[in-house]
Design a protein around this ligand. Structure first.
Ligand code: NDP
Length: 294
């Protein structure tokens, strides 16, 4: 391996510590404790783990955590009523409804019901629109994490060729917008892209957000590129065991890249840290205070 390993776990721990310090200043100077409400509908085991981890990290950072666990049979009207109560609750500054939702619930309707000022996931069309217009916004957590990780290696990204593989509203599109805001020349690739290896090979910064285990091979990567692997894929590891891998064939890519994020321990830990930072920002904005620099 010749690439520098980008240690997302350590960088996320540093960000969480900065959020905790800023939260304690907010409490001391303004009596304000940012509150994050997380709503889980149903018993999806992966979602339950994410929600538990988010609650734990929220409390550790000195923020208030409100968990709402609803039955898998919850109706859309019941969930919308809860969102409406949380919108009106002054102790709640951030609202996150854990996706995916059961089939009887229209996830987009729920996202659009959240007050954009409390939309710490950054999925509301108002925040997506503000991001694309270059206006201050609550920005989706995983994409922010990707850019922070890339900037630990190369603080000035201006002029870089960036290729984002994946165009979801949750990861691909917002990460492309953020890289554009950093003055990168951005290409968004997807399942209909022709010559994906050739497109990836142009990248100084390659972000993989596809959801296909180890799809991006070492010989698709330009020597020296920064590779940010968002993918989280559980695959068979033999003897009845499973393991997590990214969308990038790590060993091959690490032999040519300049820097690379591992899976696990790369982008994943940044998501929760950026969620806490968004909650702090949302609370400050709602109180008419400047967003703390973290
Ligand atoms: P989606 O399934 O919503 O989007 C996947 C994207 O990949 C689509 O735009 C799709 O293209 C594209 N794609 C699929 N197959 C190919 C292919 N063969 N060639 C090129 N592009 C392809 O996934 P998400 O964006 O939600 O998530 C992507 C990955 O990131 C997943 O592994 C997910 O688990 C992980 N993730 C990790 C997070 C973290 O905290 N680290 C947070 C969120 C997601 P098209 O639009 O044409 O269908």
């Amino acid at each position: 391996m010749s690439a520098t390993l980008i240690d997302g776990k350590a960088i996320a721990a540093d960000l969480r510590a900065k959020v905790a310090a800023a939260a304690s200043r907010l409490a001391r100077d303004h009596g304000l404790v940012p509150g994050l409400a997380v709503v889980l509908v149903g018993e999806d085991p992966a979602s339950a783990v994410y929600v538990r981890n988010k609650g734990k990290a929220t409390v550790e950072a000195g923020l208030a955590s409100f968990e709402h666990k609803l039955a898998a049979t919850t109706s859309q009207a019941e969930l919308l009523a809860l969102v409406s109560r949380l919108n009106a609750d002054p102790a709640v500054h951030g609202i996150l409804v854990q996706l995916p939702l059961p089939p009887q619930i229209d996830a987009q309707a729920v996202i659009e019901a959240i007050d954009p000022a409390k939309d710490v996931d950054g999925f509301h069309p108002v925040n997506a629109g503000r991001l694309s217009a270059g206006l201050p916004a609550l920005v989706p957590c995983t994409p922010v994490g990707c850019v922070i990780l890339a900037k630990t290696v190369r603080p000035q990204l201006a002029g870089c060729e960036a290729v984002v593989v994946g165009r979801s509203n949750i990861v691909g599109k917002p990460v492309a917008q953020l890289l554009l805001a950093e003055n990168c020349t951005v290409t968004i690739a997807h399942s209909k892209t022709r010559d994906l290896p050739g497109v990836c090979w142009r990248a100084d910064i390659l972000v993989a957000a596809v959801g296909r285990p180890e799809m991006i091979r070492g010989d698709w990567i330009k020597p020296g590129a920064i590779v940010i692997d968002v993918g989280i894929n559980r695959v068979e590891a033999g003897e009845g065991k499973t393991k997590l891998v990214g969308d990038v064939a790590f060993a091959e890519a690490a032999a040519v890249a300049g820097a690379i994020t591992p899976v696990p321990g790369g982008v994943g830990p940044m998501t929760i840290a950026c969620l806490l930072a968004n909650t702090l920002k949302a609370a400050s904005m709602q109180a008419g205070l400047p967003a703390p620099a973290v």
